[in-house]
Every structure is written in C-alpha cells, then in structure tokens.
Design a protein around this ligand. Structure first.
Ligand SMILES: NC(=O)c1ccc[n+]([C@@H]2O[C@H](COP(=O)([O-])OP(=O)(O)OC[C@H]3O[C@@H](n4cnc5c(N)ncnc54)[C@H](O)[C@@H]3O)[C@@H](O)[C@H]2O)c1
Length: 458
C-alpha cells in the first residue's frame, strides 16, 4: 500500500507511543513509525506486553500495529524516509552545571536535532512534541540550518496535553490541540499540514494556532496552573486540620464558583508525575534568566508547598503513632503517582517511603500496576521493604495503611478483613481522601484523612 505521507516520531515513551498510535488509528492514509534508542522499549511496543499501562492503549495499538503503525530502532532510516518528524524525547531537569536542579536538560533533544540534520536528504517538518523551554525552536532551527545545505526544515511546536491514566481518552477527544509556527509562508504551510492530520478526527475549532513562542510557553504555563491549583488546596488542607474545617467541604463550596471550577481541587499527599515539578522549575528558571525574580519566586512556591505537604504527611503519621515509627510495619496502598498508570516518576510514594525508612519503619508496598517500577525506584535504599500484589496480604500484620494512590480498587476493599489481620491499634492515613472514613472508624481504625479532623478511638 502507498501512503500519503510518512510520519516519524523519535522517542517511544509515555507521549510518543500513545500519541502516534492515535494518529495511526485515525489516519490510515499516513504511515507512522516510532523509533527509540532503547531496543528493549521498542521490543515491548512490538510485543503483547506494552511498555506502559494506559486504559484503552492495547486495543488502539493492536488495531493498527503492522498496518500503518511501526515501532523500530532504525532512527536514521526513519529520518531519511519521512516528511514529518515528531520529536518526543525526554527533557528531564538538568542535574549538573549551570541551571542544575532547575533548567531542562536538552542534551537528548540536541542530539536528535543533529541526527535529523545528518540524515535528511529532503525537506522536512519538525514537530516539537516534548515540553521545552521557550525559544527551543530557535535553537533547533539554528542547528538544522548550520550546514547551509539545500534541505529545508520548518520547525513547529505542538505540545502534548494528555494526562497519564486518561491518555487515550485525552488523545481521542482533547480540549484543544495547539500548533505554534513561524508566521512565514513556509511556516504557515507546515502548520497547515499538521492541522490536516488532526482534522481527521478533531473539530477544526479545537485546533488552535499561535506563534511558536506562545505555543512553547503555553505548555509550561498549563502545567504550572494545574500544579498551582493542587498546591493551593493542599495548603488549605493544612489550615483545615488546625481549624477543624473539612477541606472537601471547602473545596466543594469554592469549586462551584464557575470562575474557578471543581477539577483539581482534591486535597492529597501531593502531586507527582514526570512533568509538573520539572515544568514549573523550568518556568522558574526562565523567569530568573529574564530577571523576573518576583515571578520566579511566586511559581517556585508551588513546588515548595508540594514538598511541604509530603513531609507534613510523614510527620502527621509519626505524631499519630505515638511519636515513633521505628520498628512499625506500614503498608503503602499504591505507589504510582496517580491511578490508572504504572508510572511512578516523582510519585509522592517515593519520598514518603524514603522518609518512613529513615524513621526505621518497615514497609510493605502494594500496587496493581506499579510494583516493578517501585522496586527500581527503591533499589539500594536502606531498610526493610516487601512488595506484595494482594492488598489484604500486604496489610496483614501491619500497624498502619497509608493510601498513596487513588486506585478505585482500594475504595472497594473489605476493610473489616484487613482490620482483623492488623496490629492494634490500627491506623489508616488516607493520602487521597478516597475511602469512607466514618465506616473505617466504625470498623475500629484510627483514621487520618487529609484536611479533615481525624477520627480516633483514644
Ligand atoms: N508523560 C506525560 O504525561 C507527558 C505529557 C505531556 C508532555 N510530556 C513531555 O513529553 C516528553 C516525553 O515525555 P515521556 O513521558 O514520553 O518521556 P519518556 O522518558 O517516557 O520517553 C522518552 C523516550 O525518548 C527516548 N530517547 C531519548 N533520547 C533519544 C534519542 N536521541 N533518540 C531516540 N530516542 C530517544 C528514550 O529512550 C525514551 O524512550 C517530555 O518532554 C515530557 O515533558 C510528557
């Protein structure tokens, strides 16, 4: 079969894999190839056991894989044969040198740019899918035009707004798709080619366009606003605990104001995921770079409250359990940074685990999808940790359960059964406020939600 165009995506991660699977699924006229430097990841994408868990992903991949969706390690061949190249490599926070702990580490990104340049024999559209500091497209353009050869590159910004756990739903029906381009005739032509792809399944009014810098910045700002909303309610949860208010009641009253909206107002142990912290720090770094210290400090506070909330959770546990955790067995319900994903990057559970182990507690960790990642995250950490799939078995013999992830299955457990096999007094710390606290209290637990008065038997 001949295809209308060849699309390549460099980076087969949480974004590259699902995004390209959706494009292939909705656009049978395009051939979509996803490449990666990691051969294990590519082998997994080609197997029955995909490298990431996302509801609905298996079905979409299996419907199109081998037809117009291909996973490969042949990056250079892929570059040569494609007209449109999405770049979706990771852009973690820099850990060394200038901007360490703040700025984005662009080494993978730059390596990709050079590889594209070296292997291109025909004109290409390059699409930034990774989240990048504003003006990265300019650096990309400079690298791509550095040899002065005849090949023309148009760089577009098309940030991805999907959320892990709902990626397929988000890709199928996104609130918006944003495409930033140069406002030159060739930039606008490239933009229209990308619009044409998305228009295969999206209403045109949800495909918005902007200048390239606004597009790059919009992604950082979106994540900063989302994280800020979480940190705002989490900050209020601390006050609620002191003032005998109930954060769920406060959030309901506040969220019904249509100017604010009710989403992202669930108080919790803190936000995680690979993006929020990294993108805010990136924004803070940019502000400092431009001398905007007040703006930088304002956004940095969002990360500060998140760190505070995680530490506060540990201190609350210690305080409740008679000021010592040494030798106590604590069961963590969930390790993923949110429900419906196996991803544990920046999960609050990592910080909480390390802190509890520092306090010499013993940990039992259970999670329906994230145990392998949890083992990697805690590899080499000193202390006693076991990993058990079944939540009843995991909590048996423990002094406390701490809910880390809002997996639906935890709300449906028979807590009488868990309680009967736990050490007494038994404690339950609900880091996601997903359980029926009154019922747990009646069973016999001492219950400590977030931002609500505790319910104790002493
Ligand atoms: N995860 C999310 O929910 C999400 C959402 C929106 C945007 N983003 C952004 O998308 C980008 C990718 O995120 P992710 O979560 O998919 O990361 P990821 O780490 O899961 O995937 C990145 C992949 O790129 C590959 N890679 C790195 N350098 C390469 C190179 N030179 N050539 C080929 N492959 C290379 C890695 O092996 C890895 O498989 C980041 O910039 C992130 O901020 C992520």
């Amino acid at each position: 079969m001949t295809f209308k165009k060849n699309i390549l995506c460099i980076g087969a991660g949480y974004v590259g894999g699902p995004t390209m699977a959706m494009i292939a699924h909705k656009c049978p006229q395009y051939k979509v190839t996803v490449v990666d430097i990691n051969p294990t990841r590519i082998a997994e994408w080609n197997s029955d056991d995909l490298p990431i868990y996302e509801p609905g992903l298996d079905e979409v991949v299996k419907a199109v894989r081998g037809k117009n969706l291909f996973f490969s390690t042949e990056i250079e061949k892929g570059i040569r044969e494609s007209e449109i190249i999405f770049v979706s490599v990771n852009t973690p926070t820099k850990t060394f040198g200038a901007g360490a702990g703040m700025a984005a580490d662009l080494q993978y990104w730059e390596k990709t740019a050079r590889q594209i340049l070296q292997n291109s024999e025909s004109n290409k559209i390059i699409v930034e899918k990774s989240t990048l500091p504003v003006k990265t497209a300019l650096a990309m353009e400079r690298i791509l035009t550095s040899t002065g050869n005849e090949v023309r590159f148009d760089v577009l910004s098309n940030p991805e707004f999907l959320a892990e756990g709902t990626a397929i739903k988000d890709l199928e029906n996104p609130d918006r798709v944003l495409i930033g381009s140069r406002e030159t005739p060739s930039g606008l032509k490239a933009r229209d080619e990308l619009v044409e792809i998305y228009a295969n399944w999206m209403p045109k009014d949800r495909i918005i366009t902007s200048n390239i810098w606004s597009s790059e910045l919009s992604k950082l700002v979106s994540n900063a606003f989302l994280a800020q909303k979480i940190s705002s309610i989490n900050a209020i949860s601390a006050l609620c605990e002191k003032a005998d208010a109930d954060v769920t009641e406060v959030a309901r009253a506040v969220g019904m104001d249509s100017r604010l909206g009710s989403k992202f107002l669930n108080a919790s142990v803190g936000f995680g995921g690979s993006c929020f912290k990294k993108d805010i720090l990136n924004l803070v770094y940019l502000c400092r770079y431009y001398g905007l210290e007040e703006v930088a400090d304002y956004w940095h506070g969002v990360v500060g409250i998140n760190d505070y909330q995680k530490e506060r959770f540990v201190l609350n546990m210690m305080n409740a359990m008679f000021n010592t955790l040494a030798g106590k067995k604590i069961c963590l319900f969930g390790f993923a940074f949110k429900a419906d994903t196996g991803d544990t990057r920046e999960s609050p559970a990592i910080f909480i685990s390390k802190r509890l182990l520092e306090e010499r507690a013993e940990l039992v960790i259970t999670d329906p999808k994230a145990l392998d990642n949890a083992k990697t995250d805690l590899d080499g950490v000193v202390g006693k940790i076991s990993y058990i799939n079944d939540p009843y078995e995991a909590s048996a013999g423990c002094d406390a359960i701490a809910v880390m992830t809002e997996w639906n299955l935890y709300a449906q457990l028979d807590f009488e059964k868990s309680y009967s096999s736990m050490v007494k007094p038994a404690f339950l710390f609900d880091g996601r406020n997903i359980l029926d606290h009154k019922r747990l209290y009646e069973i016999g637990f001492n219950v400590f939600p977030i931002g609500k008065p505790p319910m104790t038997h002493f």
